[in-house]
Write a protein that binds this ligand. Structure first.
Ligand code: ADP
Ligand code: MG
Length: 315
């Protein structure tokens, strides 16, 4: 007797699967064996300096160019063998948002909705205009819009077919601080119901928008972790101390674990330790033993920006 066995294919929780992707341009490897997975509904920052391979990766995920090696799946569709299906569920804002400058905003969005053979195009276009805050500019030609509004047209275009996955290539580059904040909050808003991967070379952007960062440099994946883990990962921990008297830097160096000391002002110090333990108690003990007064002490979080520099310059 054999027990009957039923295999049930569980739907994958992964929205984007990138497996061992390589891309060769001539003799250059723009992507070298990159792998990662993004679960449904997550917003992920794709971070790297210029030339790192961000746009190349995004063009492969959106099936605009083929990978030299490796596999990419989006919501279960292989982007090479099932590119039409994949494209239907992906919204893509390319890096150099190639808009038709002579077209009016509504005309352009209607045209894009036509490509996806959407029903009720008119109401869909009006919805998108409202969603991305294009209302007051929607009657204009795209060519007359500011960079911030052009990005909104690009986002509306990426969203027009209600895709489940959004790939945004440097959506905030070239925006002024107000536009930046507006576009960031739009991206966060979209992330409530969609998987979003956006690229940037600005670390704070990742901190501002999302909880996970995938960092690449020179075509290689450098790290893939949560922004809070990344901060901890930074080399050492920093304590800011204010004392009542002037002392020499040598005073601090005898504390176990101290790796660097910087005088910020005559009585203010920045002390970096190897991060293996909290040195605040040692600092306080040492000061009191020396009969010195501790006026203030605080820890300083490692800035993601510095960690990013560390990570990308080392490799
Ligand atoms: P990023 O978007 O991170 O700035 P890219 O993906 O645009 O980086 O580029 C990665 C590397 O690949 C760069 O060195 C770039 O010069 C090279 N590259 C990109 N596109 C092409 C292409 N079509 N032909 C040759 N080299 C390219
Ligand atoms: Mg790019």
């Amino acid at each position: 007797m054999y027990a009957s066995v039923t295999f049930v294919l569980l739907p994958s929780n992964m929205s984007i699967i990138v497996k061992n992707v390589c891309k060769q341009y001539g003799s250059q490897w723009a992507l070298d064996d990159v792998s990662f997975e993004i679960p449904k509904g997550q917003i992920v920052g794709f971070l790297g300096p210029n030339g790192a391979g961000k746009s190349t990766m995004m063009k492969i995920i959106t099936s605009f160019i083929p990978a030299t090696k490796g596999v990419v799946e989006v919501n279960g569709f292989d982007v090479t063998t099932k590119s039409m299906e994949a494209r239907r569920i992906i919204g893509y804002l390319p890096e150099h948002n190639p808009l038709y400058l002579e077209m009016y905003v509504r005309e352009y969005l209607t045209f894009m909705a036509g490509i996806y053979k959407m029903d009720q195009v008119k109401s869909r276009v009006e919805n998108m205009i409202e969603r991305v805050g294009l209302g007051i500019e929607a009657h204009k030609k795209i060519g007359t819009l500011s960079k911030g509004y052009r990005q909104r047209v690009g986002l509306a275009q990426a969203l027009i077919h209600d895709p489940q996955v959004l790939i945004l290539d440097e959506p905030t580059s070239g925006l002024d601080p107000n536009q930046l904040i507006e576009i960031r909050s739009l991206i966060q808003d979209m992330g409530k119901e969609k998987t979003v991967m956006f690229s940037t070379h600005i670390m704070q952007e990742v901190e501002a928008i999302c909880s996970r960062a995938i960092i690449i440099n020179k075509g290689k994946l450098i790290t893939d972790q949560s922004t809070s883990e990344l901060k901890k990962w930074g080399s050492g921990s920093i304590v800011l101390v204010e004392v009542g008297d002037e002392i020499s830097s040598g005073f601090w160096k005898s504390i176990d674990g101290v790796i660097a000391v910087k005088m910020l002002a005559p009585k203010q110090w920045e002390i970096t330790s190897d991060g293996l333990r909290d040195i605040r108690r040692d600092i306080s003990d040492k000061l009191s033993k020396a009969g010195l007064v501790l006026l203030a002490m605080s820890t300083k979080e490692n800035r993601l920006e510095d960690i990013f520099k560390d990570l990308t310059q080392k490799k």
